[in-house]
Design a protein around this ligand. Structure first.
Ligand code: ASP
Length: 420
């Protein structure tokens, strides 16, 4: 039985697990046995821990070996500029889509905002405040081991890039280090494949648990917000990513989406794009033919700074609050939301609920009260799942486009059916 199960390709197994979970979780909930569904959580947490375990080693080793394979420092600089430019572009689109969909579907109309005692204006949550200055200072780790222990992805990236450059500079003396990191990368990817065998079970448990936890009454009154977010994320995925792939890359979007389905399902069920990173990397390299040089640089950076689903959420939260208060935002306020929404999504950690925690930054930047946070809280997980799926899809899209422009995309692999 185990053998015939493992014969099915992984993405199909994950999808089967997902659908079964919806069915079983839904039935348990409908029968009033939601608490049994909640009991599935430990299995899901084991899976989340297992994929998180891979995160730091995979980021560090793949970036070092990616940089050591890029002897040409011009190429490294070019990759950086292209990647960050495209990330900013898609994220600004995302906030605008959030604002437009929020305006069209009006999720805040007729809703009374609770007063959580948090003022708007100049009083954002101190933990949530981000400034460009802090972001820049925080880029350089004072202690790389601490950065790894804390899982601070941006700091790990900086340390890894510098290590890679130093290995290149050391010439033949650095050769053993280069080989070591190449071999370490191979080994870590084997570990990813072992852990991915757990994915169907992890996904099953996580989805059953989420359904068990859902407060159906609350969901009912706020269902329109969830619908608005899902619709806006779909617009971003189909129009922005699909459009970029087809219009700019002249690539078949169906092949693309089929190739990253594992990463999408894992992102959806775990709600962490950093945690999903190993799966995204494996999918993009093996199914889409992006070279490891590109994935090792573009994807870890994307997992931390490119969060289009989160940016959409910021736009919707602002529209929602304005509608609940019956006020129209001014042009300056819209522009401020686009800027702070983009910045907040860059600053947001790629972990569950990070978007919710950073929402005050955006709302208070335009003087809106923070009541939406209280309303969004019980349904945040449901929205977080779709945000994370969008975040990961955005990273994968940019990695394919950057790879193509650098001649690092293997079209034979892209066009072929996905491998395990
Ligand atoms: N959970 C999201 C992620 O990891 C961030 C968010 O809360 O929007 O990508």
């Amino acid at each position: 039985m185990w053998q015939s199960w493992t014969m099915i390709t992984l993405w199909k197994r994950i999808l089967i697990a997902f659908l079964l979970a919806v069915l079983i979780g839904g039935t348990l909930k409908a029968a009033g046995l939601g608490t049994i569904a909640v009991d599935a959580q430990p299995v899901g947490l084991v899976f989340i821990n297992a994929i998180k375990m891979l995160m730091v080693p995979i980021i560090f080793t793949t970036i070092v070996s990616g940089v050591t394979s890029l002897h040409d420092s011009n190429k490294l600089g070019r990759l950086g500029v292209k990647t960050i430019g495209l990330y900013f572009l898609t994220t600004s689109f995302a906030v605008i889509i959030g604002l437009v969909m929020g305006g069209l579907l009006e999720p805040g109309a007729g809703i009374t905002l609770p007063d959580p005692g948090l003022a708007g204006g100049n009083a954002p949550d101190p933990n949530a405040s981000i400034s460009l200055r802090d972001l820049l200072i925080g880029l350089v780790p004072s202690n790389p081991v601490a950065a790894m222990a804390e899982g601070n992805v941006l700091q790990i990236i900086v340390f890894a890039v510098l290590t890679g450059i130093s290995i290149n500079m050391a010439g033949s003396k650095g050769e053993p280090m280069r080989k070591f990191f190449d071999s370490a990368t191979e080994v870590i990817f084997k570990l990813v494949f072992i852990i991915m065998e757990l994915a169907p079970f992890g996904v099953f448990a996580l989805i059953v648990w989420v359904i068990g936890e859902l407060a159906i009454d609350e969901l009912f009154s706020l269902v329109w917000i969830v619908v608005t977010l899902y619709a806006a994320c779909l617009v971003q995925i189909v129009l922005v990513y699909g459009g970029l792939l087809t219009g700019y890359g002249r690539l078949n979007p169906r092949k693309f989406f089929r190739g990253i389905i594992d990463a999408q399902v894992v992102a959806f069920s775990t709600a962490t794009s950093a945690g999903t990173l190993p799966v995204t990397m494996a999918n993009v390299e093996r199914n889409l033919g992006v070279s490891s040089q590109v994935t090792s640089f573009v994807l870890p950076l994307g997992a931390t700074m490119n969060m289009d689903g989160t940016a959409i959420y910021m736009g919707i939260a602002a529209m929602f609050t304005a509608q609940a208060l019956g006020i129209d935002l001014t042009m300056t306020q819209y522009i401020t939301v686009i800027l702070t929404g983009t910045l907040a999504s860059i600053g947001a950690a790629s972990i569950p609920s990070a978007g919710l925690i950073l929402m005050p930054v955006v709302l208070s930047s335009v003087g809106l009260p923070l009541g939406a946070i209280v309303l969004f809280f019980p349904i945040d997980r449901l929205m977080d799942m779709m945000r994370t799926l969008t975040n990961v899809t955005g990273d994968a899209t940019i990695s394919v486009l950057v790879a193509q422009s650098e001649n690092e995309l293997d079209m034979a692999v892209f066009d072929a059916d996905p491998v395990e």
